[in-house]
Design a protein around this ligand. Structure first.
Ligand code: NAD
Ligand code: MG
Length: 394
């Protein structure tokens, strides 16, 4: 069997953990080359020791010495790299076949883009990269021959439900629409008036999935689904009107594709990220993921309904930003990242998140994006405007 070399950007996070779990179950197929983290020195050193990684990358350069010592304590041989340069180096290494892009937020863009430039097989969890740089990123991946495989469970389900030739246009393969399912998050049935008082702990307690804190808050506001709509637009070369969202509280049907002849194809499974991760890691083969098998006979109900855009305005804001195009999704994402950070830090009410994002979208003008630098510049600008607006909301 051909052994494939894997580097994980964001190894210490929830997706990183699950990826290493799948790799450990398939140790004869995969070898770990580089693992990266922002600040979690001890966990990164543990992972490097356990998987005998060749490189340990810490994004915060001030922690290089501590990482060196932690690796020495564990007799791990990994060489230390630091900063965004270190992340980019890890993403582009000649020895790496597969890059798992699992950094959270726009911070993942530069290293993920480097993986595209270097023609890697990219397992894309970092949806924010595609939301803000969709056109630039997909063009670069195409030019360099990088294969982008979706890890986000909905997009992975759609990928599995599409015929291989979908990249030439959905109509050409008889597809009418893609339907993203959404659990609805922890506040699905909460009345609007109660949304003002919810705490970060409540927002991070997702009914079906255990995830990092940022995406958990996004799931609670439905911004996560909004980002996923934009992600789908780029991954599947879909027009805005070809993308739909349905609330499906059980998170069993991970998404669907509807066809011209009336067929609907879907992918089902227990809500466990190791399935899409294993699918993308092994693709085009199928590998063991360690997940519980779905027992449909024990499911009492699979239900679906339309999302409530009144209570969850973030989804509508994301649809509007997608239709507007150019830099609008960059502004949406930057404002949301700041808003979520403030909410998690106790400095913004939950129901003010959509309010703040909407204010910023109204204030920052939309411009065309020529390349990566334009994206990063718009991102910084939108972050500055968001901080200014957030102070007024306090
Ligand atoms: P997480 O917060 O658990 O982990 C994030 C990882 O990124 C950590 O390793 C952290 O050290 C690293 N990181 C954070 N900021 C960084 C920075 N500025 N520079 C370098 N590294 C940085 O997040 P997660 O839940 O694993 O999510 C990761 C990505 O995957 C997100 O884009 C999320 O939307 C996407 N995703 C996650 C899930 C899930 O089940 N967790 C599902 C679908 C998609
Ligand atoms: Mg998802």
């Amino acid at each position: 069997m051909n052994v494939q070399n894997v580097s994980i950007l964001g190894a210490t996070g929830s997706i990183g953990d699950n990826t290493l779990d799948v790799i450990a179950r398939n140790a004869d197929r995969f070898r770990v080359i580089a693992l990266t983290a922002r600040r979690n020195v001890d966990k990164l050193a543990d992972q490097c020791a356990r998987f005998d990684a060749r490189f340990a990358v810490i994004a915060d350069p001030g922690l290089a010495g501590r990482l060196q010592a932690a690796l020495a304590d564990r007799k791990a041989r990994a060489e230390v790299l630091t900063g965004v340069d270190g992340l980019e180096e890890a993403a582009g290494m000649a020895d790496t076949d597969i890059v798992m892009a699992a950094i959270v937020g726009a911070a993942g863009l530069r290293p993920t883009f480097r993986a595209a430039q270097c023609g890697k097989k990219i397992l894309l969890a970092n949806k924010e990269s595609l939301v803000i740089a969709g056109e630039v990123f997909t063009a670069e991946a195409r030019r360099a021959g990088a294969r982008v495989l979706p890890v986000d469970s909905e997009h992975n389900a759609i990928f599995q439900s599409l015929p291989p030739a979908f990249a030439d246009g959905l109509e050409a393969v008889g597809v009418e629409r893609v339907i993203l399912t959404a659990s609805g998050g922890p506040f699905l049935d909460l009345p609007r008036s109660a949304l003002s008082g919810v705490t970060p702990e409540q927002a991070c307690k997702h009914p079906n999935w255990a995830m990092g804190r940022k995406i958990s808050v996004d799931s609670a506001t439905l911004m996560n689904k909004g980002l996923e709509v934009i992600e789908a637009r780029w991954l599947f070369n879909a027009r805005p009107e070809q993308i739909e969202v349905l609330i499906h509280p059980q998170s069993i049907v991970h998404s669907m594709v509807t066809y011209r002849d009336g067929s609907i194809l879907a992918q089902l499974g227990t809500p466990d990220m190791r399935t899409p991760i294993a699918h993308a890691l092994g693709w085009p083969e199928r590998i063991e993921a360690g997940v519980d098998r779905l027992n449909l006979a024990q499911m009492s109900e699979l239900s679906f309904h339309e999302p409530d855009l009144e209570r969850f305005p973030c989804l509508g804001l994301a649809f509007a930003a997608m239709r507007r195009g150019d830099s609008a999704p960059v502004t949406l994402n930057a404002a949301n990242e700041i808003a979520v950070e403030r909410f998690l830090g106790g400095r913004l009410r939950f129901d003010r998140i959509p309010h703040l994002v909407g204010e910023v979208l109204d204030r920052v003008s939309v411009t065309a994006l020529g390349g990566l630098d334009d994206v990063l510049e718009q991102d910084s600008l939108a972050r500055r405007v968001t901080e200014e607006q957030a102070v007024k909301l306090q």
